[in-house]
Write a protein that binds this ligand. Structure first.
Ligand SMILES: C[S@@+](CC[C@H](N)C(=O)[O-])C[C@H]1O[C@@H](n2cnc3c(N)ncnc32)[C@H](O)[C@@H]1O
Length: 273
C-alpha cells in the first residue's frame, strides 16, 4: 500500500532530456573549436575572435567559444525558438555575466539572417545538408561569404564513402545510455537520406526518433564547385586520417584532395572568401 507500482515509476526514457543526450553523444565542441583555432591561425597567422554558429541548436559551441578567451564573441543562429529557449535555460544560464554579454542568440533562417562580419562562420553536423536544391546551397554560401570579414573563413563539415548511400544502423555506448544512428531511407535518385537518432537506456526503455533529419548527400567536389560559384576564392578539404596498420579512423584531419574508397570518412571544408 502506498508503494509506487512499476507503472507509476517513469522510465529513464521518459525523464531524459533529448538535448542533453544529443550534446553528450553527438557534439564535441572543444575538439571542433580547437580545430577552428589551430587551422585559422595556420592560414591567417592570428587567432579568430568573432564566430557565427549557424544551425546552432542549443548553441553549445558558441557558449564554449565565449568561455575560451575574453575577447571572443559569438552569434548563434537557429530558426527554432524552442531550441533557443532550451539554450537560454540550460547553457547560457551557466555563463558568467561577462560571457553572456559576448553571445547573441538569433532566431532566424540562416538563408535570411544578416549579422555583423565575423572571423569564422561554422555550420557543423551536416545541417547545411538540409538544403536539397543546388540553388539553395548557392544562396546559403553567398550569405555566409557576406557574413565573413575579408580574412575570415567558413568551416563546414562533410562526410563521404559508400556507407552514405545506404540504410544502416550504428550503436555507440555513451555514459549512461546508448546512442543509435539510423540511416533509415536512402533515395538513390535524389540522394535524400532520412536519418534518426534513438536513445536506449539501461532500464530497457527507449527514446525512439528523438531527432529526424532528411539531408541530401552532397559530394565534397560539388560543394567546392558551388563555393567557388558563390565567390569563395579557395576551398580546402581536410580529411580524417586513418591508422595505416589498423585502418581505424583518427581524430586528425589533413588537407588533401585524395580519399581512397573508405566506407566512411569525415572531413571539414574550409572556404576562403
Ligand atoms: C542537428 S541540429 C544542429 C545542432 C548543432 N549545431 C550541431 O552541430 O550538432 C540542426 C539545427 O538546425 C536548425 N535549422 C535547420 N534549418 C535551419 C535554417 N534554414 N535556418 C536556421 N536554423 C535551421 C534546426 O532548428 C536545428 O536546431
Amino acid at each position: 500500500m502506498g508503494a509506487e507500482t512499476k507503472q507509476d515509476t517513469p522510465t529513464m526514457a521518459e525523464t531524459a532530456d533529448k538535448h542533453l543526450l544529443y550534446q553528450a553523444s553527438v557534439q564535441n565542441p572543444d575538439f571542433e573549436l580547437d580545430f577552428i583555432d589551430t587551422t585559422f591561425k595556420q592560414i591567417r597567422g592570428r587567432k579568430p575572435a568573432s564566430m557565427r554558429e549557424d544551425f546552432a541548436g542549443t548553441a553549445i559551441s558558441s557558449c564554449q567559444w565565449v568561455k575560451r578567451r575574453k575577447g571572443n564573441t559569438a552569434v548563434a543562429v537557429d530558426f527554432d525558438p524552442s531550441v533557443l529557449d532550451w539554450s537560454q535555460k540550460h547553457n547560457i544560464a551557466k555563463l558568467t555575466e561577462d560571457q553572456k554579454q559576448r553571445i547573441d542568440l538569433i532566431e532566424d533562417d540562416v538563408l535570411k539572417v544578416t549579422t555583423d562580419k565575423v572571423d569564422v562562420v561554422q555550420a557543423y553536423n551536416f545541417s547545411y545538408w538540409f538544403f536539397q536544391e543546388r540553388a539553395t546551397m548557392l544562396a546559403y554560401f553567398k550569405r555566409t561569404r557576406e557574413a565573413l570579414k575579408d580574412d575570415g573563413l567558413l568551416f563546414l563539415d562533410v562526410f563521404g564513402g559508400s556507407e552514405c548511400y545506404q540504410t544502416q544502423k550504428e550503436k555507440r555506448k555513451v555514459d549512461g545510455f546508448k546512442y543509435i544512428w539510423e540511416q533509415a531511407e536512402f533515395n538513390a535518385i535524389t540522394n535524400e537520406l532520412t536519418c534518426h537518432i534513438h536513445f536506449h537506456f539501461p532500464d530497457k526503455s527507449k527514446m525512439k526518433k528523438a531527432f529526424t533529419y532528411t539531408w541530401r548527400v552532397w559530394g565534397a567536389r560539388e560543394l567546392r564547385e558551388i563555393l567557388a560559384e558563390a565567390g569563395y576564392s579557395k576551398s580546402v578539404v581536410y580529411r580524417q586520417k586513418f591508422d595505416a596498420k589498423t585502418d581505424e579512423a583518427l581524430d586528425e584531419y589533413v588537407a588533401t584532395d585524395q580519399a581512397e574508397d573508405y566506407a566512411c570518412w569525415l572531413g571539414y571544408i574550409i572556404a576562403h572568401p
